[in-house]
Design a protein around this ligand. Structure first.
Ligand code: SAM
Length: 338
């Protein structure tokens, strides 16, 4: 008979025995691109500033996660995390925690050319940069901004600053860039960047996602195999979302994150905090736990840790995209933190 509450003093465990050690921290719901699979051209109703956690509140939550709940990796995301003014300081304070977590960021790369060195000095270990194409006109059509050159400079600066391996996330959209998978991989191989394709998920603010329109992992692999020899990577995948393939005999690899067609929920080790301090146990969760209220009330660190444990305990076994009863979460990806 499973326990109805998490064991006292435990980490972020759930009823199915999964343990979350990888914390995604959203620093803002705002973004300076308008990727059409994510948000509409006019943007969204951003969170009012008083609702967003302060830098001190963010660092306090990360401290609780690392020192009381066993979190080993902290990934900053958003929205666009680089537009948060206090970001370098948040990184520096995270890097001082004991035990020191691995620290990474998922970014669209705008402005990274100017801050990569400072972020590395503050303690950032790695970056994942989103780039769906290396054609400027396709970039502009998908993101509604003519900024591809800035992303390319940001990638070079990240490599130069030692934020390696530099990884690239790409989403393919039918009729936009689904014919460019091999071209993007070739470019990444030439520059020493590790490419991961992500299947488009039903997390767009416009609710336009359909299974028929999304490009599946199978289609991505088929199109890559027309130009490259891909073999299964010998390493254990563990909790990594990406299925890895060795390209043309190696050592280079390419990854596919098939969240929709080959879900990996059984091995999930992720927990999430939104920019307004809500704990989410899954990207697709429909419930959140209000840690901001606890932070701004009189709660002690251990009381906040307990609330977080309880939130994680109720994590569902899977995201349920295939269930007839599936409902897209109220918040879009940009407001959850991708
Ligand atoms: N602004 C940052 C960036 O561009 O990487 C971080 C936030 S963004 C929401 C994180 C990642 O989610 C990006 O790689 C983006 O391409 C991806 N993403 C956004 N909407 C998505 C969707 N509906 N399906 C799959 N991936 C999505």
């Amino acid at each position: 008979m499973p326990l109805s509450v998490p064991p006292p003093g435990s980490g972020l465990v759930d009823r199915y025995g999964r343990v979350a050690t990888d914390l995604r921290v959203s620093l803002t719901d705002r973004c300076n691109l308008r990727c059409s699979y994510c948000m509409p051209a006019e943007g969204l109703d951003w969170l009012p500033t008083p609702e967003v956690l302060t830098d001190d509140e963010v660092v306090r939550l990360i401290d609780i996660a690392v020192t009381r709940l066993g979190v080993q990796e902290v990934r900053f995301t958003g929205g666009e995390p680089l537009i948060r003014r206090g970001f370098p300081d948040i990184v520096a304070r995270t890097a001082k925690l004991e035990p020191r977590p691995q620290i990474s960021v998922t970014t669209n790369g705008l402005g990274l050319d100017k801050c990569a060195g400072a972020l590395a000095a503050a303690g950032l270990d790695r970056v994942n940069v989103s780039l769906d194409t290396i054609r400027p006109e396709t970039f502009k059509a998908i993101t509604l901004r003519d900024r591809m050159h800035d992303v390319i400079s940001g990638l070079a600066a990240a490599a130069e600053a030692g934020l390696t391996p530099v990884k690239i996330n790409a989403v393919l959209m039918r009729g936009h860039n689904d014919d460019q998978a091999a071209e993007l991989l070739r470019w990444c191989l030439e520059h020493g960047y590790e490419l991961r394709f992500i299947e488009q998920m039903p997390l767009d603010a416009q609710h336009r996602w359909t299974r028929e329109q999304m490009i599946t992992a199978e289609e991505i692999l088929e199109s890559l195999r027309r130009e490259f020899v891909l073999t299964d990577h010998p390493a254990e995948r563990g909790s990594a979302p990406a299925e890895l393939f060795v390209v043309d005999g190696g050592p280079a690899t390419v990854g596919v994150i098939a969240s929709v067609t080959r879900p990996f929920c059984g091995d999930c080790d992720r927990a999430r905090i939104t920019a307004d301090g809500q704990a989410r146990n899954c990207l697709f969760a429909r419930e959140e736990s209000d840690l901001r209220a606890a932070l701004r009330g009189e709660s002690s660190d251990e009381q906040i840790a307990d609330r977080w444990r309880t939130a994680m305990w109720s994590k569902r076994p899977g995201h349920g995209i295939d269930d007839e009863s599936f409902l897209q979460p109220v918040r879009p990806m940009s407001a959850i933190g991708g």
